[in-house]
Design a binder for this molecule. Structure first.
Ligand SMILES: [Zn+2]
Length: 246
């Protein structure tokens, strides 16, 4: 990496971690709103629940903007091309942000608002499927806000215990940083060690993205039931085929 690229990468890291702090606060606020709404729902106060849902939607809109911005900033060092013309970074960031935005789910279908609605629904209808939900579930579990694997495939360590987690930009699988970097550097064609995942890993594309810590924190705070739920789509393990060279 040239020194300009290095400086850019450092600046991007700093800026996106500020955005990440804001994102993390918004998520915490959403958890608060949800628990207040659950209490209102228990008391049959559906007007107030409705108001809180509206507030949650607004927060999620800001959250998405912020998340897009953070992702976009991270992309800048990758898309930046040195030239003798002055670079319009504002334009560069905006272009990246709209790319990211195009890929994110509509606010009305956002996983976070679904979590909210589900929590409210469960107050009186625990165990019953939410109306109009049957098909959507499948789509939702593959969105980018999900933690796809709950243990590192190399070390078997639970993701919530990793001090240095990283995630593959392409397949979204999560690993312990030091072992996965070693794995990538020492294999000729370092396939993602999650069984069945066809992606080949590259150092620059296995990173601690702006949402990773937030999502891990959420997983941690949502307790054991959420861990089980996540396990269903976790096709991990078989971590010991490490020494098979491909
Ligand atoms: Zn993978």
């Amino acid at each position: 990496m040239s020194s300009v690229a290095n400086k850019l990468a450092n600046a991007a890291e700093r800026d996106s971690s500020e955005a990440q702090a804001l994102i993390s606060d918004i998520r915490k606020a959403l958890v608060e709103i949800r628990s207040v709404a659950i209490d209102f729902e228990k008391d049959g106060n559906s007007d107030k629940v409705q108001n809180l849902e509206t507030a949650a939607l607004e927060l999620i809109t800001s959250y998405e903007d912020c998340a897009c911005f953070a992702e976009a900033i991270r992309e800048v060092p990758r898309v930046y091309q040195p030239s003798n013309q002055r670079t319009d970074f504002k334009k560069l960031i905006e272009a990246e942000a709209s790319k990211v935005k195009g890929a994110s789910p509509a606010v009305q279908n956002h996983p976070l608002i679904r979590q909210f609605r589900e929590a409210i629904w469960n107050v009186h209808h625990a165990g019953q499927p939410m109306p109009g939900d049957e098909q959507e579930d499948i789509v939702m579990t593959s969105t980018q806000t999900n933690i796809l694997n709950v243990t590192c495939p190399l070390t078997g360590k639970p993701v919530i215990q990793l001090t240095d987690p990283v995630r593959c930009v392409d397949c979204r699988h999560i690993y312990d940083k030091v072992p996965i970097m070693h794995y990538i550097r020492t294999k000729k064609s370092p396939k993602c060690p999650i069984a069945g995942c066809p992606k080949v890993l590259q150092v620059g594309r296995v990173i601690c993205d702006s949402l990773l810590h937030v999502e891990i924190e959420e997983l941690r705070s949502s307790g054991p039931s959420a861990l089980n739920a996540t396990n269903i789509e976790d096709f991990t393990d078989l971590g010991d085929d490490d020494d098979n060279n491909e």
